[in-house]
Design a protein around this ligand. Structure first.
Ligand code: PAF
Length: 297
């Protein structure tokens, strides 16, 4: 396994793989890897000849006051976990490598405004609801870095986790709209024994909070059961679950029953599929989760 820090070095390797007609599967991450990430890499391993995993904490997708500065940087531990999985390349660039301040007029600006001044990929509408409403600019940051990484890595396939459901929809949208030649694959959420969706941010929780946090998934399952039983009062279902979480020490941002493409209304005549999405704070940690539901015909 090679660890590469520069775009030029990685591009040289990619060119040689392309010349040998070897296929590439790509897993973009922000590091601090857990079992959920490792399953993405294992899935990627079955999709192509070469597996590339990127580790880059992308400042562009963090808002002011969010956890960019404290986001754990654990490159050594991460590479040790990737090696036995047969990952071929870890791409771990610096912020300067990904967002160089090389445009005119940048000298007078702060690091953050230099990054904001870069060209960006904006996915309208989907980026502004749910997570995007509470985290303005987040999905533009995600789409921009993922698009940029796709152009560097030129993968045949890229694998994302379904825990970041809205992120997956945003990525699928710009890949389709802008004709990126990459096949997007997703992997189901990997959960702790108690049901808590695995996330790098779970590391911010105390042991007691980790037990408490499983209540989000219990509420999602509760709503799913009621939907399957024929309850169509979505607003009431969302409100009850939200109140239950708040009663147990969470600060719920949203619980929303949506159509799988996140469009409204949630139920179309042709689809019986729904997705329930939740975001709630436990202490200062923002947790998200989701559950797909198939209604009976
Ligand atoms: O899901 C993540 O870890 C990040 O949003 C991603 C896709 C690596 C982009 O920075």
């Amino acid at each position: 396994m090679q660890i590469i820090h520069t775009i030029s070095e990685l591009k040289a390797l990619i060119a040689s793989y392309k010349q040998d007609a070897r296929t590439i599967a790509f897993v973009p991450t922000m590091g601090n890897l857990h079992e959920g990430h490792l399953q993405l890499v294992s899935m990627a391993k079955n999709k192509a000849d070469i597996v590339i995993c990127s580790i880059f904490v992308n400042p562009l997708q963090f808002g002011v006051g969010e956890d960019f500065d404290k986001y754990p940087k654990t490159l050594q531990a991460d590479t040790a976990r990737l090696q036995p999985l047969g990952c071929d390349i870890v791409f771990a660039p610096s912020v300067d490598e990904m967002y160089p301040a090389d445009f005119s007029g940048a000298q007078e600006q702060t690091a953050q405004s230099q990054i904001v001044a870069q060209s960006q990929i904006i996915v309208p509408w989907i980026s502004d609801i749910l997570e995007g409403k509470s985290r303005p600019g987040h999905f533009t940051g995600v789409a921009t870095i993922v698009g940029k990484l796709f152009n560097i890595v030129q993968p045949d396939t890229a694998v994302f986790g379904e825990k970041d459901y809205q992120q997956l929809i945003v990525i699928k949208r710009f890949v389709k709209d802008l004709c990126f030649p990459v096949n997007i694959q997703s992997h189901p959420i990997v959960r702790e024994k108690n049901g808590l969706a695995m996330s790098s941010r779970n590391g911010y929780l105390t042991e007691q909070q980790k037990q408490q946090a499983a209540l989000i998934y219990q509420q999602l399952k509760n709503i799913a059961r009621k939907l399957i039983a024929g309850n169509t009062d979505y607003v009431q279902l969302e409100q009850t679950a939200s109140e239950t979480l708040n009663h147990h020490g969470f600060r719920t941002d949203y619980i929303k029953i949506c159509h799988p493409d996140l469009s409204e209304p949630a139920i179309s005549k042709t689809s019986r599929q729904l997705v329930i999405l939740a975001a709630a704070y436990l202490g200062s940690t923002r947790l998200i989760d989701n559950l797909s539901v198939e209604l009976k015909q």
